[in-house]
Structures are given as C-alpha cells and as structure tokens.
Design a binder for this molecule. Structure first.
Ligand code: GLP
Length: 255
C-alpha cells in the first residue's frame, strides 16, 4: 500500500486545470481507456478543461469508454436533475465520445436489482475502469456510498442522507420539510460500490473547499472505517488527489 499522491493547487480553477491535464495525459497515453466519472459541482471545471482541450488541442475521446459512478433512481432519464442530463450538458455533447460508449445506470429501470447487476457486469465486460475520477462529499461519501455501520461492495441502490440531499439540492432544501414529495423524488440512487471503485486500476479524487477538509484528512490519516467511506481508498495502491488549499491544507502539516 502507498499513501496517495497529493497535488495541492491554489483554488478550484487550479484543481480543474491539473485534473484536466492528468485525464488528458491518460487518454493520449492509452489505445483505449475506460473512465469512471463523477458528477457534482467539483468536476464541472475539469469537464470544461477537457472540452477545451478537445476543441483547441485535438484531444479525442473516440477510444474512451465511460461509466458514471452514480445516478438517481426512479426519475425520467431526461429529468433536469438526472446525471445523464448533467453529463450531456457538461461533457458528452461537446466531445467526440462515441454513441454507446458512455454509460450510466438507467434511472427508469423497472427491476432495480437487475439494473445493479447489469451495470456491475457492464463495467467488468469493458475490462474494468482504468481511471476512476471521484468527488467526495463533506461527510466522506464517494459516489453515493454514504457513511454508516457498513458499506456495500458492488453496485447497489443507496438512500441519500438528509445532509447529502440538502447539499445536492441547495435550491430545494428549504422545501424539504413542507414538501416531502420533493425530498422523496431524489431519495435513492444507483451507485457503484466500494469494491467496484477499488477495482479501478487508478483513482483520481478531486476536492475543493474547506467543507471537504475534515473528511479528507480523516480519509488519509485516520482509520479505515465505513463512517468515512473515502478512508477505504487507503486500501488502493494508486490514488492521486488533486485538492485546493482550502480542502487539502492539512496535508502540508505534520500528522
Ligand atoms: C454527490 C455525488 C458524488 C459527489 C458529491 C460531491 O453526492 N453523488 O459523486 O462526489 O456529490 O459533490 P460536490 O462536488 O458538488 O461537492
């Protein structure tokens, strides 16, 4: 086991530039590449950087296959909050990734158990993820693996914690109590499991902002515990973290 390699950047823009460079180097260096992709506010700048490199520097996604790490369950694919909508808006509509080469769990699947098994098998059939790009929640969640007494290994359906829900839908948070149907609409999600993530050959975790600092410091320096799902990354031999100073300043102090 090796400690993660940590790049410390000044700010979120620096995180995006560095992550864009790492991902484009991986794409250019492989004849085919399977990426795991996150959503959230953190990777938006990285996707913009990859789109810029496609437009200005000829970075091609034709040999790239992607698997998103999570997707809400039980909403239309075209829902404005679906991760499919998010990915088309920020990446897929702007690069030359082949039709059929990008994948997300199907939020409209009628049999959720079958969908989790189909998705896990699809990742394996593609040869597994070469590079899984992760964000992290303020509570240490990765993909939608929330802190708890136990974690689930393979792809599964997870319930969103109130904390994660409120952070993911800041505009709707005030309605949570009065309109439980809004909370219920995005209450569960498909997510790859901790074991799925740990099978990726390389992991690149991106984080920005003070809110992530505690979970990150615990994940790198604390015990491996399901109370901080990101701590399981200690079990992986090839983790790179790209953090801004607010999220990762602790890494420059003695443990
Ligand atoms: C969501 C996603 C996670 C993501 C996290 C952090 O819960 N399911 O995959 O890492 O948000 O989001 P943000 O980057 O907006 O802080």
């Amino acid at each position: 086991m090796r400690p993660p390699k940590i790049h410390l950047e000044d700010d979120h823009a620096g995180v995006s530039r560095r992550a864009g460079e790492i991902v484009s180097t991986a794409i250019r260096g492989a004849s085919r590449l399977v990426l795991g992709l996150p959503t959230g506010s953190t990777p938006i700048g990285t996707y913009a950087e990859l789109v810029r490199r496609h437009r200005d520097e000829g970075l091609s996604f034709q040999q790239v296959t992607t698997f998103n790490l999570d997707e809400y369950q039980g909403i239309p694919r075209s829902d404005p909050e679906s991760y499919r909508t998010f990915m088309c808006r920020h990446l897929f509509d702007h690069v030359d990734v082949a039709d059929g080469a990008w994948h997300l769990p199907d939020p409209e699947a009628l049999d959720a158990g079958a969908e989790t098994r189909r998705y896990e098998a699809a990742i394996d059939d593609a040869g597994g993820m070469d590079l899984a790009i992760l964000g992290i929640g303020a509570n240490g969640h990765i993909a939608f693996n929330e802190p708890g007494d136990a974690l689930t290994g393979p792809t599964h359906v997870a319930a969103l914690s109130d904390d994660t829900w409120s952070r993911n839908f800041p505009g709707l948070a005030a309605m949570r109590e009065a309109h439980p149907e809004v909370r219920a609409r995005y209450s569960t999600a498909y997510t790859v499991g901790i074991a799925t993530i740990l099978r990726a050959r390389r992991i690149l975790l991106l984080a920005s902002g003070q809110a992530k600092a505690g979970a990150l410091a615990g994940a790198v320096r604390g015990s491996v515990t399901p109370r901080n799902p990101a701590s399981f990354l200690q079990l992986h031999p090839d983790v790179t973290m790209v953090l801004d100073r607010a999220a990762g300043g602790w890494s420059r102090t003695d443990a």
